[in-house]
Design a protein around this ligand. Structure first.
Ligand SMILES: Nc1nc2c(ncn2[C@@H]2O[C@H](COP(=O)(O)OP(=O)(O)OP(=O)(O)O)[C@@H](O)[C@H]2O)c(=O)[nH]1
Length: 213
């Protein structure tokens, strides 16, 4: 998916990390703030429902590359739904979070995907579907396969997590980061190839393009 106005190129100054904007979307109480808190501060505590939007940052090292996440944790309460799209602007990635013990929240995640599809074109933002609260397995209403199949049908990444037990939380953000960096690399390669082709075509008239004749 891509934004109507194309998502800005992540800021990358030499020696500085690429900056990627990631939005957390999903119904109220699915654990968006808890996932962000666990990832950024390795903490888990009861938090009040988010008002509007909360903001976190985290720098991640990937071998030679480093990346900075700007994490926008949106409010899931219905009363904020109409303003949430404002936070999509310029996003490079989105986590669509549902609670595995709530079928309704899974249906709502699908609704959030439709909202994203209105703002972005296919392939422009990295989207991961996240089923949270795996520690509450006995109350499960959404099977792992159900989440996976839906994600595959829509070309989304997929993982299940527990913010409470710190299960797969870092892995979610790392998988998104890896995908973002790979896309950046592919974009860079394509730009270099295009520039090389342009340079060849711009040779002064009469200058041979190959050694034959
Ligand atoms: N058992 C369990 N509870 C969780 C988990 N993650 C979050 N919670 C709890 O679920 C409730 C809601 O968590 P939040 O992180 O505030 O949910 P949210 O999606 O940010 O909610 P809004 O701010 O209303 O959009 C809190 O009581 C959390 O402690 C988890 O992995 N397991």
């Amino acid at each position: 998916m891509a934004q109507a106005a194309a998502a800005p190129h992540p800021r990358a100054t030499p020696g500085q990390p690429c900056v990627f904007k990631l939005v957390l979307l999903g119904s109220s109480s699915v654990g968006k703030s808890s996932l962000a808190l666990r990832y950024v501060k390795n903490d888990f505590k009861s938090t009040l429902p988010t008002v509007g939007c909360a903001f976190f940052t985290k720098v991640v090292e990937f071998g030679a590359a480093s990346l900075k996440f700007e994490i926008w944790d949106t409010a899931g309460q219905e009363k904020y739904h109409s303003v949430c799209h404002l936070y999509f602007r310029g996003a490079n990635a989105a986590l669509l979070v549902y609670d595995i013990t709530s079928k309704d929240s899974f249906c709502m995640a699908q609704q959030w995907l439709k909202d994203l599809e209105k703002e972005f074109q296919p392939g422009e933002v990295v989207v991961m579907l996240v089923g949270n609260k795996t520690d509450l397995g006995e109350e499960r209403e959404v099977m792992f396969e159900e989440g996976k199949e839906f994600a595959e049908s829509k070309g989304l990444l997929f993982m299940e997590t527990s913010a409470r037990l710190n299960h797969q939380v870092t892995e979610v953000f790392s998988a998104v980061a890896r995908e973002l960096l790979q896309r950046e690399e592919r974009k860079k390669d394509q730009t270099q190839q295009r520039d090389a082709r342009l340079a060849l075509n711009e040779r002064p008239a009469g200058q041979a393009k190959c050694c034959a004749h």
